[in-house]
Design a protein around this ligand. Sequence first.
Ligand SMILES: *[C@@H]1O[C@H](CO)[C@@H](O)[C@H](O)[C@H]1NC(C)=O
Ligand SMILES: *[C@@H]1O[C@H](CO)[C@@H](O)[C@H](O)[C@H]1NC(C)=O
Ligand SMILES: *[C@@H]1O[C@H](CO)[C@@H](O)[C@H](O)[C@H]1NC(C)=O
Ligand SMILES: *[C@@H]1O[C@H](CO)[C@@H](O)[C@H](O)[C@H]1NC(C)=O
Ligand SMILES: *[C@@H]1O[C@H](CO)[C@@H](O)[C@H](O)[C@H]1NC(C)=O
Ligand SMILES: *[C@@H]1O[C@H](CO)[C@@H](O)[C@H](O)[C@H]1NC(C)=O
Ligand SMILES: *[C@@H]1O[C@H](CO)[C@@H](O)[C@H](O)[C@H]1NC(C)=O
Ligand SMILES: *[C@@H]1O[C@H](CO)[C@@H](O)[C@H](O)[C@H]1NC(C)=O
Length: 380
Amino acid sequence: MRLCPRSLWLFLKSLNTMSPFFVAIFLFGLCLANAINFTSVYEWDQLDFVWPSNKNGSIGQLEQYFNSSEVYFRYMAVFEERLFLSLDINLGIPATLVWLPTSDTSTAPPKLAPFPSWDLHKYHICDSIQWAKGMQVDTEGRLWVIDEGDSACPSKLWIFDLANNDTTERVHQFPETLVSHYYKKRFLSELVLDKTPDDYLAYFADYQSEYLIVYSLKTNKSGPIKTPGVKWQSLAVSPLNREARQLWYIIRRSDAKELYSVSVSELKKAGESAVVKLIGAWPGMPYKMVIDSANVLYAGVFNKNYLSKWNISEPFLEQRFHEVATLRAEWPFSLALDANDTLWVMERNESGVNNKHRLLNAAVGARSYLFNQSTALPTL
Ligand SMILES: *[C@@H]1O[C@H](CO)[C@@H](O)[C@H](O)[C@H]1NC(C)=O
Ligand SMILES: *[C@@H]1O[C@H](CO)[C@@H](O)[C@H](O)[C@H]1NC(C)=O
Ligand SMILES: *[C@@H]1O[C@H](CO)[C@@H](O)[C@H](O)[C@H]1NC(C)=O
Ligand SMILES: *[C@@H]1O[C@H](CO)[C@@H](O)[C@H](O)[C@H]1NC(C)=O
Ligand SMILES: *[C@@H]1O[C@H](CO)[C@@H](O)[C@H](O)[C@H]1NC(C)=O
Ligand SMILES: *[C@@H]1O[C@H](CO)[C@@H](O)[C@H](O)[C@H]1NC(C)=O
Ligand SMILES: *[C@@H]1O[C@H](CO)[C@@H](O)[C@H](O)[C@H]1NC(C)=O
Ligand SMILES: *[C@@H]1O[C@H](CO)[C@@H](O)[C@H](O)[C@H]1NC(C)=O
């Protein structure tokens, strides 16, 4: 067992003499008091898709080319009893946006189902989804998904109405002046939402550009917020119940670890003069950050077999809350918070011959950042 910073301090005081080296060993471990106890929901030795029964056309052919070792989960979102995941656009992957049930009574773990249907996953057909990436579920039950596109298709934002038969509510293709139609000149990754009294704004990071992209649901328009010298990587937004809502971000450069914040209202005003604050440094570059309605930021860092958190109401302090012995994955975890006080984690283990996956969840007592802090759900 390792000590936690607070108990360590008492321990130090009781000891009086302590070498800084000794302190460092204790500070960078998982401390039991910070640990979140996860429950395993599913475990897969090998992933598979739900293939269509009539093996007609290109989809039937794809089944024979499917290679489960090429499934790399990236971003995740949860709505009621469904969990959505985006996958890399690798060879042998028939759809980059899939869903799973959050609970299942069968003995075998569930298969990946294309979302919303096979029809919206057609290779090089630009009115279907090519490469799904960052995604969010809003308070109205809409799923917002970035589609990076591919060498043939430009980038888009898709909005699906999960509460209404998964209908496509919006497809917004970014103008060429904003997101290059040449696929080597863009790299979209993350999307975060900002709910205003009469609109929903989405902020996108394209780490080939020195601006943030902002889209308004009300006007159905997208535009840049210029940030000279700054390319964006991971984004997170603090919850609604904070007076001055902040956008938290990591600057894109090799091995950037520093976390910055900027006030969302300043971003809305102009951008160029926005005051940014350096907050602290993670143990590496985070691939994913998410903040819950109780102001706890959860983060996963490239190549680390643990997850970290920080209470953003307090001075920066990285606390590890989940750590596993061996995983050997570059991007070992996908994270998402639901509206029901649960944190979901998809864990990837590359240390064997086949990649193994586990879906975990834990009650954390707070919801996704877009919802008000309330543990009580409306009762019927
Ligand atoms: C998690 O489980 C361990 C071992 O059962 C226990 O000591 C610890 O208090 C638990 N932590 C939380 C936050 O429930
Ligand atoms: C098979 O695909 C063709 C071409 O897309 C289509 O016309 C036909 O209706 C399909 N058959 C079935 C059984 O789905
Ligand atoms: C499946 O993908 C893995 C990892 O890229 C590769 O090593 C393997 O050869 C592939 N299998 C087939 C049958 O193509
Ligand atoms: C919310 O969580 C409770 C307790 O874990 C569970 O009984 C309920 O089914 C969940 N509701 C949804 C919509 O997931
Ligand atoms: C929902 O979709 C199913 C399958 O496409 C269709 O049969 C059903 O009529 C739809 N329901 C509504 C309310 O649109
Ligand atoms: C939103 O904008 C896109 C352009 O990307 C356009 O094709 C679409 O029709 C618009 N949708 C609505 C509902 O105005
Ligand atoms: C975060 O820190 C604030 C201020 O110290 C405290 O009131 C709050 O309970 C903490 N939240 C959690 C979830 O620990
Ligand atoms: C990862 O897989 C290896 C090989 O199958 C196994 O030995 C190890 O226990 C697994 N790690 C975890 C955390 O499950």
